[in-house]
Write a protein that binds this ligand. Structure first.
Ligand SMILES: *Cc1c(COP(=O)(O)O)cnc(C)c1O
Length: 519
């Protein structure tokens, strides 16, 4: 049974008269806040300041400040209207593969807002932040236990920052053993996330690509041929960005270590194996964990994220400061070389990292417990396989043989001959009320559609999504090209030039010529 409301034919939609105001169905269209008529008024009633400004000398403002004045209801409405234009995980599934957008339990938010965690300052006396340090120490304990690794650097603020941390530790280790000069290469598989080669290049290495096999895994023979005493590290994602477990991972780490290189694992997909596999048992030397992916804390829109890096025995001495230790005197931070951090490669941020993210992640871990975290991985994998199985007859799975891990990957083979592209299909999903999946990534799959449901979607939600996808796939196959080419019909804005928006963003509003609205 189709649970999705029968879609209206797009030509029908197009012939409907445009509204007079640009608003639609209780959603109002409005100009930018700077383009309104709030100039010269104010929403607050403050007494006239008593000073005559003479204390400030020449620094007294001569022009109007250039901010629109709004009343409280106007302000609230402005921001609520803006929020209606946005999609959110609290509205529907966010099926972006490789990004792991899962529900963030409200309990996490409540914990993160406890004053003892949220109202503290990084320079407060250590005796007054013992609870916060204990939380960091407990989080570190969970991360080390779940990964089977002896050390963790908590401070990196994103996955990419974690990669930087890991590669800097690797470089420091090669420097310490006098091998840095000859080990100038980092091997990265073709399916890697773009941050992997970018990080390696940023740290000064040259990037060498490793081929992929027909079944979407690292080509071990190619890797073996490229390993040598000029290689500093390999960077492998496991499960990889095709949503597949690297079956030869033990052989990969054995070959890497035999060549004197380190194994950096991109742990962005740790949510697929947490509680089931310990990366330490696979021979990993360094791995970042995106707390904002695996452990539920929110992300998107620029963060804040957190990308702690677990380190092997060999790399632990080079971990960046600071870290938490405790003894009879309580908890304290190791911050400087003279505080037992002789080999630390330095530090990655001014203070201790993202306290709010640490709190949310630990809240998520403790409310699930060890058994619950294992179930997270199992349910995430089950949900992805359900999607793969239920769409596999209409859409072409990129790697049809065998199950996937936490994400289902399709290519655009099934759209051949329809004149509809992956992008068109994604835009039509918006009309049906669904945020598109990740498109055109990984690059090794033509017209890739990467769908990650995560464990937080129920069967009912998955069925809603699947029914919409099936209805669209059938429309595509039936030659209903207009529905796709013109999509989205129902979004406030149509197809944007996303490349231009990313490359030359307009971040500042400037007053139109001749206007007195000084910005
Ligand atoms: C998300 C992701 C990253 C980068 O993590 P950020 O937190 O976005 O910096 C790296 N690798 C993979 C596979 C990812 O999915």
């Amino acid at each position: 049974m189709n649970t999705v409301g029968r879609p209206t034919a797009p030509n029908q939609v197009q012939t409907k008269p445009a509204t007079l105001t640009g608003g639609r169905g209780l959603l109002q269209n409005e100009a930018l806040i700077f383009e309104g008529d709030g100039w010269g008024k104010t929403g607050v009633d403050l007494p006239e300041p008593k000073t005559d400004g003479s204390d400030l000398g020449d620094l007294v403002r001569k022009d109007p400040i250039g901010l629109p004045g709004l009343s409280e209801p106007e302000t609230m409405r402005h921001y609520v209207r803006l929020s209606q234009k946005n999609h959110a995980i609290d509205l529907a599934i966010y099926p972006l593969g490789s990004c792991t957008m899962k529900h963030n339990p409200r309990l996490n938010e409540k914990m993160a807002r406890l004053p003892g965690f949220s109202d503290i300052h990084p320079l407060q006396p250590i005796s007054t932040v013992q609870g916060a340090l204990e939380l960091m120490d407990t989080l570190a304990h969970w991360l080390k236990t779940l990964t089977g690794m002896p050390a963790v650097a908590l401070s990196p603020k994103a996955g990419a920052h974690g990669e930087l941390c890991g590669l800097m530790a690797i470089r420091a280790a090669h420097e310490a053993s006098g091998q840095h000069e000859k080990r100038r290469k980092v091997l990265v598989p073709t399916s890697a996330h773009g941050t992997n080669p970018a990080t390696a290049a940023f740290v000064g290495y040259s990037v060498v690509e490793v081929a992929q096999t027909e079944d979407g895994r690292v080509d071990v023979a190619d890797l073996a041929a490229k390993l040598g005493d000029d290689v500093a590290a390999i960077m492998v994602t496991n499960p990889n960005t095709c949503g597949l477990f690297e079956r030869d991972i033990l052989e990969i780490s054995r070959l890497t270590h035999e060549a004197g290189a380190y194994f950096y694992c991109d742990g962005a997909n740790f949510n697929a194996i947490v509680g089931r596999v310990r990366p330490g048992d696979l021979g990993v030397d360094a791995m970042h964990i995106n707390l904002h992916k695996t452990f539920s804390t929110p992300h998107g829109g620029g963060g804040p994220g957190a990308g702690p890096v677990v380190l092997s025995e060999a790399l632990a001495p080079f971990a960046p400061a600071p870290w938490v230790v405790h003894d009879d005197g309580g908890y304290r931070l190791i911050e400087r070389e003279e505080d037992e951090a002789e080999q630390a490669f330095g530090r990655l941020c001014a203070f201790q990292g993202q306290m709010g993210m640490y709190t949310r992640a630990l809240s998520y871990m403790m409310s699930h417990g060890a058994d619950g975290l294992r179930q997270v991985a199992e349910d995430a994998v089950l949900n992805a396989n359900y999607i793969k199985a239920r769409l596999g007859d209409l859409m072409s799975a990129a790697f049809p043989d065998g199950p996937c891990m936490h994400e289902a990957l399709f290519d655009d083979e099934w759209l051949k001959g329809t004149d509809i592209t992956t992008l068109d299909f994604a835009k039509a999903m918006i009309d049906e009320g669904f945020h598109p999946m990740t498109m055109y990534f990984p690059l090794v799959v033509h017209g890739a559609m990467l769908i990650e449901p995560t464990e937080t979607e129920s069967k009912a939600e998955l069925d809603r999504f699947i029914e919409a996808m099936r209805a669209l796939a059938e429309a595509a196959k039936a030659g209903d090209v207009d529905r796709f080419k013109g999509a989205p019909f129902h979004a406030p804005l149509k197809r944007l030039d996303e490349t231009r928006a990313a490359r030359s963003p307009v971040l500042r509003w400037t007053a139109p010529e001749g206007s007195n609205k000084a910005a």
